[in-house]
Design a protein around this ligand. Structure first.
Ligand SMILES: Cc1ncc(COP(=O)(O)O)c(C=O)c1O
Length: 387
């Protein structure tokens, strides 16, 4: 009989992948499924980025790269941060990793262990809670409130900090809610954190470029007083429609970058070399494809929010960022998981139950509008007919 480590029983999953598998299985049986469950842009990676990867392969970039990434890419990340976040960083603090998730997992491994506490957004990206529990640390939920546009309340978050708190996770713009944390709330949080110098912060800003209504991104990297204990998570997956390339980055404080690099050397050695060259082309090349994609998401955002609000028992706030809508479905009297299953099986529409993002997600359903306007309209028509 084989025995696996106890920690394995604490490891959760990301339901979006399970729903995708079920939706694909139904599609294989001949069912017409509209997928509003998956969290990836329905656009192709821009051509010049693909070409840069092909060229890198043709030019012979076939070997290992430095574990923290090629210099040109780390410099391009630093330049991008200077231009979009208005912060000067040293490329030596950048670590290139295979996807945004890796920075997250490394941060949990670095700080999590029995006795430690990690505060995470709930409802939030499911891997936060899963990875925290895997390490044996206590996962402390920070509730996001619909009434505040799914922001946290800074005072409430600060009240969760104890002597054992080692890491605090912030995600804005957010998955699954599309919510933004207002700058004033970030200011309050950072001011309060000054009294807790033992707490490290991981800011997941993977949707930083996906903002609407002229909103400006507030990056926690912009706050000087916490810079020496801030880990920034970002990457190419969403902004450049590169989810399958597996390319992301972390900006680590100088005191942690060497440990992060050691985790890379112990796990994946380095990121696929041609993907790194593609990453340079993405950051330094034309940005019109990104702008066009965000314009398309913005148009669909209005369409989906209006349509969701026309469903009896649904009420949907306008999301400020990312490409998700998170309607409150309590008016239907059906719980989130039942609704997810009903819509998939009876209406052929894949969505994700709010509870897949934590206990505070009960009463909500996540819709991704990374799908065509026609499909969004068809999906909502089917949902209305089915409910
Ligand atoms: C909030 C958030 N962080 C990180 C990630 C991970 O991104 P990647 O695919 O680059 O690992 C996702 C992906 O859905 C996400 O929604």
């Amino acid at each position: 009989m084989i025995t696996t480590a106890k920690a394995m029983s604490r490891l959760g999953t990301e339901s979006a992948f399970e729903v995708l598998a079920r939706a694909n299985a139904l599609a294989t049986q001949g069912k017409d499924i509209i997928n509003l469950g998956i969290g990836q842009p329905d656009f192709q990676t821009p051509e010049h980025i693909v070409e840069a990867a092909v060229k890198a392969l043709r030019d012979g970039h076939h070997g290992y790269t430095p574990a923290n990434g090629i210099v040109g890419l780390r410099e391009a990340v630093a330049a991008d941060i200077a231009s979009y976040r208005n912060v000067e960083i040293d490329p030596g603090n950048v670590m290139i990793v295979p996807g945004g998730k890796v920075t997250m997992f490394f941060a949990m491994l670095m700080f999590g262990e029995p006795g430690a506490e990690i505060i995470y957004p709930n409802p939030g990206f499911p891997i936060y809670e899963s990875a925290i529990k895997f390490t044996g640390a206590k996962a402390v939920p920070m509730q996001l409130h619909e009434a505040n546009g799914f922001s946290f309340d800074a005072e409430e978050v600060l009240s969760l900090i104890t002597y054992n708190t080692r890491l605090l996770i912030v995600n804005s713009p957010a998955n699954p809610t599309g919510g933004l944390v207002p700058k004033a709330e970030m200011d309050k949080l950072v001011a309060g954190l000054e009294a807790h110098p033992q707490v490290c912060i991981m800011s997941d800003e993977i949707y930083a470029r996906m903002l609407y209504d002229g909103q400006k991104h507030t990056s926690l990297l912009q706050y000087e007083s916490i810079r020496d204990r801030l880990i920034l998570l970002d990457g190419w997956s969403k902004t450049y429609a590169m989810t399958g390339w597996r390319l992301g980055y972390g900006v680590w404080p100088s005191s942690l970058i060497e440990q992060a690099t050691r985790l890379s050397i112990n796990s994946h050695s380095c990121v696929n070399a041609s993907a790194q060259w593609a990453g340079i082309a993405a950051l330094t090349g034309p940005q019109d494809a990104v702008d066009d994609m965000i314009k398309a998401f913005d148009q669909r955002r209005h369409v989906i929010v209006d349509l969701l609000n026309s469903i009896k028992g649904f009420s949907c706030a306008e999301p400020g960022g990312a490409f998700y809508a998170f309607p409150n479905i309590t008016g239907t009297g059906i719980n989130a998981r039942e609704m997810q299953d009903k819509l998939l099986n009876d209406a052929g529409v894949a969505t994700i139950a709010g509870t897949s993002f934590g206990a505070y997600g009960e009463g909500y359903l996540r819709f991704s509008y990374a799908n065509s306007r026609e499909n969004i309209e068809r999906a909502i028509g089917r949902i209305k007919a089915c409910l």
